[in-house]
Each structure stands twice: as C-alpha cells, then as structure tokens.
Design a protein around this ligand. Sequence first.
Ligand code: 5GP
Length: 130
Amino acid sequence: MTSIFSKIIAGDIPCYKIAEDDRFFAFLDINPVAKGHTLVVPKEEIDYIYDLEDELLGDLFKFSKKVAAAIEKVIPCERIGLTVLGLEVPHAHVHLVPLDSRGFIDFKNKVQLEKDEFVAIAQQIAQNFS
Ligand code: 5GP
C-alpha cells in the first residue's frame, strides 16, 4: 500500500515542503511538537528505518544534517534534536525537532500553528537550505 508520505512526495497530498533531492524529501510535520518540526524521508518506501541499505541510511543522515542546519538558522533553539519513532506512518523517516533549554521532546504536547505560519516557516527554512 502506498504510504501517506509517498503520496506527499508524489504531490498527491499537499505539504509544507522544505527540500528534496533525487532520494530524500523534507517537509514540516503537520502536527508539530515545536515550530520547525520537520520530517525527512527517503523517497524509496521502506517501512522500518533499520531496513534501509547502509548507504541510504547514511545519506539520510547527511541530508538531515543539511536540513537541520537550515532549521537552526530560522528557529531560535538550543540545537536540533533528531528522533526516530515510526509507529504511526510505515515509511521510514526522522523527526528533526528544535530543542529549547530543557532539551526535551514531548511528542504528546503539540504546537498549534495557523496555515500562514506553516507556510512562512517552511519558506524560510527552504531558503536557508543549501
Ligand atoms: P511516527 O510514525 O514517527 O510515529 O509519526 C509520524 C509523524 O508524521 C507524526 O509526527 C505526524 O504528525 C506526521 N504526519 C502524519 N501524517 C502526516 C501528513 O499527512 N502530513 C504531514 N506533514 N505529517 C504527517
């Protein structure tokens, strides 16, 4: 079955896109735990992150590093946390979450953002991606 992330990558479902290359795609989490909470996914649809080939897994982290650098330029934070959960969407992905001084990610505590805030945050992060 096609995952919701594959539909987003294909453009069949809208998202607040940050960046993509031939193998990876980054976009804002629709239900963020912090402003700038971003998901990075391999375009190849593989459920469990540890099933990714070593090279693809390594390159997912390299791509995530570039996305994190862009987020850091836009969202005031201590640093960018990187987490893997994967219990909701069966398509491997990492969460990049700006951390405040508590250094703590509470995935039960969501941040409500208006559509124009999502658009502005995604645009700013995308502009700082290189
Ligand atoms: P996980 O699989 O890592 O437990 O959680 C999946 C994450 O994907 C959640 O943080 C959820 O908010 C996010 N998510 C689920 N469906 C969508 C969607 O359609 N669009 C976006 N942008 N994020 C989604």
